[in-house]
Design a protein around this ligand. Structure first.
Ligand SMILES: Cc1ncc(COP(=O)(O)O)c(C=O)c1O
Length: 505
């Protein structure tokens, strides 16, 4: 009840707009439901985050405002705090990790805040901000775990209830630390308890789903950074308490599905959402299909549009895969005359959208990497069966992220490298990161493989092969741990073995 009154009395409209609720006509037609989109991507600073930040800051006393505020964030919260401070005429310090791209900290600076770049990670930036807030008497503005922030985000729920008065099946909400969903649930469940509140998380950033499943907050060891707005290791205490009580469920979606939803939104409204901003659309689509919903009203919150332009390349590459309009495949062709033609015949009427092949005089089989535009799962299955029955081994790589991020770019790369270990390392995006990596391992061990392609993420996803004899593994492990970059082994990834090692496996 307390949340209901604090949402109703919150002050967000000094700075935020009442965002439109629009029918997504093309998507609705495709899914057979009425899919409404709550356009938080149209807010000033292009995300809903200013609602919570402003609501908390507007309640500070004159003395507190005079002492100023501080927060740590490299994303939308930073812009929300900066704009709110500008409106309230108070001084704001925003602490960001040193790895934050210039474009992000400049846009915060432009709003009049003081940016301090500190620490390699968000955690380090946050502990610095908390320390400074004690020293200087500033007020710390948390990104999600505070009743005033939660109530500010809850005004979105209030608007939806006002804007859509007929029956409503569910509201789909992207989840990071849980402030947005907690606020919406706290309001909607009091006034329209029959409306389901469904959270949506990326499958590799699922802190809320895991916490709800275990009945307590779970800290993730690694978080996928693609949807950076929701890349949170642990959800808030108060947000978790509310979600446990009020949220009906969480849908997990893949990176490909998020990209497909960004494309849907572009086709629908000619707007580009950031990955976290498209999350709820992807979740709503998966849910409607899974439960076979027909004719119902559902709402998805398009929560932000602060898209890093460099990331668009990856988004466009993966969007068709996510919509299952394109499949990524590998086929082994015998190196003999006419086999290429035979292969082309077996592809048949399927449309090839990408093709890579290079002759290897040492190999009996040639590896062809290609993509096809597909229309149905059956068509793809039939094509793979045609290949297999003609003894052309064919592997579907469509759901393998390692293949899509790295392996598809290697061609003619199979070889027997002795003692090769293969890891994906997440390099911080800053000058010197590569040298630090090389200093740790080279010239002690030979680097046998290296692939990186900028995808506009905060951490660069790099595939590395390194030759380490078994008796030196412990030393390698300790150097890798000391390096401080996240890393994971891909040695047992079947597709790595198939494409870069021995095709017989
Ligand atoms: C665009 C976008 N969507 C969703 C979220 C998730 O919000 P919350 O952390 O309150 O769950 C964020 C958080 O910053 C965001 O920036």
């Amino acid at each position: 009840m307390e949340y209901l009154t604090s949402v109703l009395s919150s002050k967000v409209y000094d700075v935020a707009i009442e965002s439109p609720l629009q029918l997504a006509t093309k998507l609705s037609e495709r899914l057979g439901v009425n899919l409404w989109i709550k356009r938080e991507d149209l807010q000033p600073v292009f995300s809903f985050k200013l609602r919570g930040a402003y609501n908390m800051m507007a309640k500070l006393s004159r003395e507190q405002l005079e002492r100023g505020v501080i927060c740590s964030s490299a994303g939308n919260h930073a812009q929300g705090v900066a704009l709110s401070a500008q409106r309230l005429g108070c001084d704001a310090v925003i602490v960001m990790p040193v790895t934050t791209p210039e474009i992000k900290w400049r846009s915060v600076e432009r709003l009049g805040a003081t940016v301090v770049l500190k620490g390699d990670s968000y955690d380090e930036a946050q502990s610095y901000a908390k320390q400074r807030c004690e020293q200087e008497g500033r007020t710390f503005i948390p990104p999600f775990d505070h009743p005033d922030v939660i109530s500010g985000q809850g005004t979105i729920g209030m608007e939806i209830v006002r804007q859509l008065q007929g029956p409503l099946h569910a509201i789909f909400v992207p989840v990071g630390g849980g402030g947005l969903i907690a606020g919406i649930a706290a309001y909607v469940k009091r006034v329209r308890p029959e409306v389901k509140i469904i959270g949506v998380e990326p499958s590799d950033a699922n802190a809320m789903a895991l916490s709800l499943c275990h009945g307590q907050r779970v800290m993730l060891e690694q978080v996928g950074g693609f949807a950076d707005g929701v890349a949170v290791k642990v959800v808030g205490e108060e947000t978790f308490r509310l979600c446990r009580e009020l949220v009906d469920g969480i849908v997990l979606v893949s990176r490909d599905a998020i990209c497909a939803s960004i494309k849907d939104m572009f086709e629908e409204k000619r707007s580009i959402l950031e990955p976290a901003g498209a999350l709820a659309l992807a979740g709503a689509e998966a849910y409607c299909k899974y439960y076979g919903l027909k004719g119902e009203n559902v709402v998805a919150i398009t929560s932000g549009a602060n898209m890093n332009f460099d990331r668009l390349r990856l988004v466009t590459e993966l969007a068709d895969v996510g919509r299952k309009r394109e499949a990524v495949l590998a086929t082994f062709l015998p190196e003999e005359q006419g086999s290429f033609k035979k292969f082309a015949e077996l592809v048949g009427r399927m449309n090839i959208t990408e093709f890579k092949y290079r002759y290897d005089c040492n190999a009996k089989d040639a590896l062809v990497l290609y993509s096809v535009g597909i229309y149905t799962d059956d068509e793809l299955k039939a094509m793979v069966e045609r290949m297999e029955s003609s003894k052309l081994r064919t592997v579907d790589l469509t759901d393998n992220d390692l293949a899509k991020d790295h392996l598809r770019y290697f061609i003619g790369g199979r070889s027997e490298v002795t003692d090769e270990l293969v890891y994906r390392f997440i390099f911080p995006e800053r000058p010197g990161a590569l040298m630090k990596f090389l200093d740790a391992f080279s010239p002690r061990w030979n680097i046998s493989l290296f692939h990186y392609r900028a995808q506009g993420e905060t951490g660069a996803n790099v595939l590395v092969g390194i030759q380490v004899p078994p008796e030196e593994f412990d030393e390698f492990k300790s150097r890798a741990d000391n390096l401080g970059y996240e890393y994971m082994s891909e040695l047992n990834n079947e597709i790595y073995r198939l494409l870069l090692r021995d095709p017989k496996i």
